[in-house]
Design a protein around this ligand. Sequence first.
Ligand code: GLA
Length: 374
Amino acid sequence: MLAQTPPMGWNSWNTFGAAIDEEVVRQTADAMVEEGLKDAGYEYVVIDDHWEADARGPDGRLVWDEAKFPGGIPALADYVHGRGLKFGIYSCAGTHTCGRRPASFGYEEEDARTFAEWGVDYLKYDFCYKPPGADGRALYERMGQALRATGRPIVFSTCEWGSMHPWEWGASRAGAQMWRTTGDINDSWESICDIGFEKQKDLEKFAGPGRWNDPDMLVVGMHGEGNVARGGCSDEEYRTHFSLWCILSAPLMIGCDVRDMSPAARDILTAPAVIAIDQDPLGRQGYCIGQSPHRWEVWRKVLADGSQAVALFNRADRATWLIPLSWESLGLHDRRPAIVRDLWTGEDIGEFTRAYADTVGPHACKLLKITPVY
Ligand code: GLA
């Protein structure tokens, strides 16, 4: 099955926007290997919008922008594959992409065949310029079918911004492995909160192996630079963002420039114990189990080995809070001893019964693993 666990990779949009070219993609693939991202599990190198020429070729096929991709997309896909990674590309269900390049409406079969021939392993499929009257959901079903008909395993990543409740039909009707649930993220604490904390509520029941809610690409490590920059975030806020995405079983698509990562960004993006929460084989998406008027929240994700990941989030701007966690809220008997481990430091904090509490600073979080002792 494709995407048995949430797909991990890199996407060009957050940093490069329209300024994407083959040099950047090649260097990114190199950096993913050299900086340890591949070893940490990141696999897909995805080119977003603006790779296409202004018009289709005379045979009606999509063609790449020669100035940006002089070597051509198939050779670039080969290069990425040669580094032991997978290659992804972007199109749109309407007549044009959001950046006004030719898109796949009416050409679904041709384009799916073209992508398969080029060696594409992942397709992000956007929703701009839908002809009036066209049934949006049917367009995703059509491309899903066209991809399957190629016989090549291609992850289908839909991006209609949650507008048609894709969690209800993405997997069952369109054969998608992941679907965007919201509009676009930007590199700010406000955007992370809006998308991550507010807009993912009640979606956990729709996710599982092969079918994932996608709260958009990561902004970790952008530090206020690049296409979706809006002032940037602190490293603490990026750690909270990454923790939340892992609790959400979200696809982990890096959005920063991995050729030039800060050491802190690299440490966040490659933290093995945290990534293991996202990639847990049970594939249960986490959810909020407690919220305070003081703006702290407790989230829980059940794991395959009988333990649970718990995140204590402090969304307050200035206050530090002592955030309580009861065994009852985790479905554990009060008398059951459980080991509490801090997943960011790797330290076992101790064995507790009935409850645990920890202090968490503004915009920070504690990511814990709670393992009952039987
Ligand atoms: C939309 C998508 C973004 C990105 C751009 C490209 O806004 O939601 O993720 O793909 O289009 O133009």
